[in-house]
Design a protein around this ligand. Structure first.
Ligand SMILES: *Cc1c(COP(=O)(O)O)cnc(C)c1O
Length: 395
């Protein structure tokens, strides 16, 4: 009874959400902090005052939200971890923000450069549909966000996977040769997942300069706010660049399902055409209100991103002290393996994952060959990480 094309589907498996006991959840790279109190207020106020509004279709193009996102990017440079604030009220709420000089975007981001959708996973699927052909392979690293190969199967786009360097950084030379050999697009996360390593903006610029100019080049910045370098400033020189971003990680909003693109208006129009051919209203009214309120209180998220980055660095030091091999991370997670000093090789990753789960803490283990010794551990609150430290010491 199933259509032929169903054979190409290999669905993504998200971090588990067990209900058998209240685990400390460090397995899905969610932010441990709740959204800003302003978001709750905006949602409640919208539901109360605009009850009739819920019976009407939302703005199909999320214009007010796209304007709020553009303003937020101009105020922060797109990297919350380095954004300067005047401190505001408690937790940074109500702060005025300014980008660090290194992050300043050399042009004003405008709403026609933003596309907003129902989580960046949905936005990515439209990117695959709009820009990648099935007549040539898409170039991506062997280890990167594992949803990309799922979409490639969905849209029947062949892949050319390029191995990472020994230190887990992107092999930029090999990525370039592959893209040029096939005259094709590339996609990667920067910083990359699950490794946590990032390219500098100058490294991305060097890639863009030598990659095919008339093929779309996609950089997924889901984690950039925790210490990476954004490629948004490169849009001034590269109209083929598409930057993917999400509210799920640094904006404490995984439950809101909001993701967006920053790109030239021409490419934004193409993705909007895909959207209007598939689902006219992907972002519901309440999510639009919540997103606008989030952007207007970005100082709160600056404080959260800084807290997460601080905790990541102190947890990394703890792991190293305890004999773990940790890849230096610019994200809200660490990727690490426990070395067995006596045997001079890593301990079994799945055993470590199970032992930690038995202590009530969920981390992520990938059974994929090449990374099976590693655990991906999301950075939680200082209290959650203290519980994890204790559990690890007891292993
Ligand atoms: C989490 C993540 C996403 C998905 O984000 P949503 O907006 O929640 O769909 C996209 N890309 C990468 C690299 C991610 O880690």
């Amino acid at each position: 009874m199933l259509a032929e094309r169903m054979k190409n589907l290999h669905p993504y498996v998200p971090g588990e959400q067990p209900k058998d006991r209240p685990y400390i959840k460090l397995n899905a790279n969610e932010n441990p902090y709740p959204p800003s109190p302003q978001v709750q207020k905006a949602v409640v106020a919208a539901a109360k005052k605009q009850r009739a509004r819920l019976g009407l279709y939302p703005d199909p193009d999320s214009l007010a939200l796209r304007e709020a996102i553009a303003t937020m990017l101009n105020e922060t440079g797109g990297v919350l971890c380095r954004t300067h604030t005047d401190g505001g009220k408690k937790n940074g709420s109500g702060s005025t923000c300014a980008p660090d000089s290194a992050d300043r975007i050399p042009f004003a981001v405008t709403s026609d450069m933003i596309y907003c959708g129902n989580g960046s996973d949905e936005v990515l699927s439209f990117v695959f549909y709009a820009f990648f052909n099935s007549d040539r392979p898409l170039v991506l690293p062997t280890f990167t966000y594992s949803f990309y190969p799922v979409y490639a199967g969905f849209y029947q786009i062949p892949l050319e996977r390029v191995p990472l360097n020994d230190d887990w950084s992107l092999n930029t030379e090999a990525m370039l040769s592959a893209a040029n050999a096939h005259d094709t697009s590339m996609i990667f996360a920067n910083p990359n997942a699950p490794t946590g390593r990032g390219l500098t903006r100058n490294q991305v610029r060097a890639l863009l300069e030598k990659a095919p100019r008339d093929r779309v080049f996609v950089v997924d910045e889901a984690y950039v706010d925790f210490g990476g370098e954004s490629s948004i400033p490169l849009l001034a020189d590269f109209p083929n660049l598409v930057v993917v971003r999400t509210f799920s990680k640094s904006m404490c909003g995984a439950g809101l399902r909001l993701g967006y693109l920053v790109a030239s208006p021409e490419l934004i129009n193409a993705v909007t055409t895909v959207k209007n051919s598939l689902n006219h209203f992907p972002v519901d009214f309440m999510a639009q209100q919540a997103g606008i309120a989030s952007c207007k209180d970005v100082g709160y998220y600056v404080a959260c991103a800084k807290a997460v980055a601080r905790e990541r660095d102190s947890f990394t030091a703890f792991l190293q002290e305890k004999g773990w091999d940790v890849i230096p991370s610019k994200t809200n997670f660490v990727f690490a393996k426990k070395m067995d000093a006596a045997l001079g090789k890593p301990k079994n990753g799945e055993d470590m994952y199970r032992a930690i789960k038995a202590k009530g803490i969920l981390v992520r283990h990938f059974a994929t060959s090449g990374i099976e010794d590693y655990l991906r551990i999301t950075i939680g609150t200082p209290e959650q990480m203290q519980a994890l430290r204790k559990a690890m010491e007891e292993l």
